[in-house]
Design a protein around this ligand. Sequence first.
Ligand code: HEC
Ligand code: HEC
Length: 657
Amino acid sequence: MHALDIALGCKAAPHRSWLLVGAIVTGVTGGWMLADPGEWPGAAGTCLAQEFLGPTEIVASPDVGLLYVLCQDAARIAVVDRQKGELVRWIPVPASPSGMVLGRDGSKLYVTAGMGDGTVCVLDTASGNETARIPVGHSPCGPSLSPDEARLYVCNRFLNRVAVVDLASGQVTACVPVIREPIATAVTPGGKTVFVANFLPLDRADEFDVAAEISWFNADTLQGGRIRMPNGTTDLHDLKITSDGKHLVAVHLLARYQMPTTQLERGWMNTNALSVVDVEQHAWVNTVLLDDIDLGAALPWRVVCPGDGRVYVSHASSDEVTMVEWQPLLEKLASLPKEASSGVAYDGSQTSLTTSDVPNDLSFLVGLKQRFPIYGTGPYDYLEQPIDEVPKGPRGLCVVDGKIYTSVYFGNMLAVIDPAASPHRRVSYLRLGPKAQLSLERRGELFFHDAALCFQHWQSCASCHPDGRVDGLNWDLLNDGLGSPKNNKSMLLAHRTPPSMWEGVRPDGEAAVRSGIRHIQFAIRPEEDAAAIDAYLKSLQPIPSPYLVNGEWSEAARRGKELFSSNRLHCSQCHPEPLYTDLRKHDVNSRGKFDRASEFDTPTLIEVWRTAPYMHDGHYLTLEEVFREGRHGDVAGEVEKLTDQELHDLCEFLRSL
Ligand code: HEC
Ligand code: HEC
C-alpha cells in the first residue's frame, strides 16, 4: 500500500480542535490513510477520549448546510457544517439512540432511544436543548413525521406495532399492529398513508413461500393492509417514498434459502435487492437485484430518494453506496411483458425478459446503476490493509447538492462521495472523532458484518444472522448432510450452550464460527479473525423481553413459571435454569420428513420471544403451536391436558425470558 497524498487542514494548525479533517484520497492503489489530529472537541468543549462513536444515521438540514449524525454508541449527535467540513457541536441524547427525523424547517430533531423504556426525545436544534421527552414503549425506532408535523410515527420493533404520537400533547394516541419487527416507516407526501417495513418474515420456515412484508395504514382510519414481498425476502431494512409520491422503494435481502449452501456464485445463497411498490395501489411492482453477476452488494441498509431522479442505497457489508437511475428503471420495468410466455413487451418490441424474471436477473440494472466503494476504487479485499485504518460499515445515508454522505459505523467518520469526480478523487472523509483502536469484540463485530470475508462479497454473517439473531428462514447447510434444511439459530449464548447446531454436529460455538467462515463464506481467514468473532458473539446480551410488565414478569408469566418447573410438566428437566438447556440432545418426537436424525440439541429458551418460527425445522410459528399442535414436552400426556389459560400462562413465561 502506498502512503497517500492527503489534504489535511490540521497539519498546519494542530490545535484547531473544532475543525474536522477532510482527507481526500489520491492514491491509485485503492489504499488510504487518515491522519489523526490528536485533539478532539468533546461535548462541553472537553477533549474526546478515543471511543467508538458508532455513527448510524445522518440527516441534512433543509437550508443551513448542516448535517446531523446520530452516534449510537456515544449517545450524541454530531452537528457538522457541510461546506466547511467543521464539527459545529455535539448534542447529547438519551442512551441507546436508534433513529431520528428532522422537522421540515430544521428547528426540531426527534430522536428515538432506549429499549424497554423507550422514548422520543425532542431536540431544539438551535440550542441543542431537549424540549420534551415522550415515553413511547419498548424498542422504538424508524420514526417519521406527518407532513403537518402534528404526528410522529414510531415503530415499536419488538411489540410489532407502530405508535402514533400526538406531538402537541406529547402522548401516544394509538398503536397500529403490524407484522413482525417493524423497523422503518415512510409517510406519503400528502400524509394520507403510512408504510412500514417489517424486518423479518412471519411464516413457518418449512413452507414454500417465506417472505417479509410491508404494512400500510391510512393515517385517519388507522386501517390498512399488507404487501407481500417476493419469496425469500428478509432483512427488510428500510423504505422511502419517491419525491413524486407515486412509488415506494424498499431494500432487503432476497435469500435463495431453497438451495443447498454449496456455493456462492451468482448469488446462490443471498442476493441483495430493491423492491418497487405502487403507492396508490398498495401493490408490489417488482424487485431488482443490486448485485453484479460476480460481485455481491451485501446488506442494503438505508435507501434514500433525494428527488434528483435517483435512488441511493448504502451497503453495510460491502462498504459502498449504489446509485440507481430511477426513471430509466421504471421505464424498463414498464416495458416488460407480464406473461412469461409471450416475450413481447406492451409496446410490441421483443424482449427476452418478463416481469416475473426480474428478481432473478443479476444484469437487470446494468447501465442503470453505479456502485461507489467508500474506499479505494473497488472491487477490493481489505486483507492487505491494516484493519484499524479502513473505513468499514456505511450505514446512515443522505444526499445533498449532488454529494453522497454516509456515516461509517466502524470508522468514527463520514465518507463523502462525489459521483461527478474521477474515481480516484471521488471519496473524501470527515472525521467525527479520533480513531478508536478496535477492541477484540469490536473487531469481531466488524468481521461479522463484513462481506469481504465472503467469496465475491455476496453476504456477511450478519446477512443470515442480523443483530446476531435469526433471519426467519430454513437453510440447507451441508454440515448435517444435504437435503435436511434447518431453522436459523441465534448467536446469543451460542458459546455457552454447546454443542452447536440443531443436530449438535459442531462441538461448540468456536467450532461453529470457524465452520461458518470456511463452509458458508468459503473464505480462509487467520485464526485471530475467528477469535474476534467469538469475542463479539460472547458479548451479545439478551434484550429485556417486551412481554415484561415494568421490567417484571407478569402475573401470567409467574403462573407459567410454576407450571414450567412443576412435576406435572417436567420442562425444566431438559430446560434447567439459568440457560434453560441441559446441553444435551433428545428425541422429543419432532422428527420431520426431511430429517435423518431424531435427536436434536435442546435450545436455550432465553429470548425465545424473538426467534420464531420454532424447532429445528421452523415448523411452528407460535409457541402455542409448539405445544398444542406439536405436543412438545408431553412426557406424561400432561401437555395435552393444559387448559387454554394454562397454555397461555406457560407461553407468557417463555416469552418473558
Ligand atoms: C446462509 C445463511 C448463513 C450464513 C451466511 C451464516 N450462517 Fe451461521 N447459521 C445458519 C443456520 C441456518 C444455522 C443453524 C443450522 C443448524 O443448526 O443446523 C447457523 C448456525 C450458526 C451457529 C451455531 C449456533 C448454535 O448455537 O447452534 C453459529 C455459531 C454460526 N452460525 C455462526 C456463523 C458465522 C460466524 C457466520 C459468518 C462467518 C455465519 N454463521 C454465517 C445460517 C448462516
Ligand atoms: C426431553 C427433553 C425435553 C423436555 C422434557 C422438554 N423439552 Fe423443550 N426442547 C427439547 C429439545 C430437544 C428441543 C428442540 C427440538 C427440535 O428442534 O426439534 C426443544 C425445543 C423447545 C422449544 C423451541 C425453542 C426454539 O427455539 O425453537 C421450546 C419453546 C421448548 N422446548 C419449551 C419446552 C417446554 C415449555 C417444555 C415443558 C412442557 C419442554 N420444552 C420440555 C427438549 C425438551
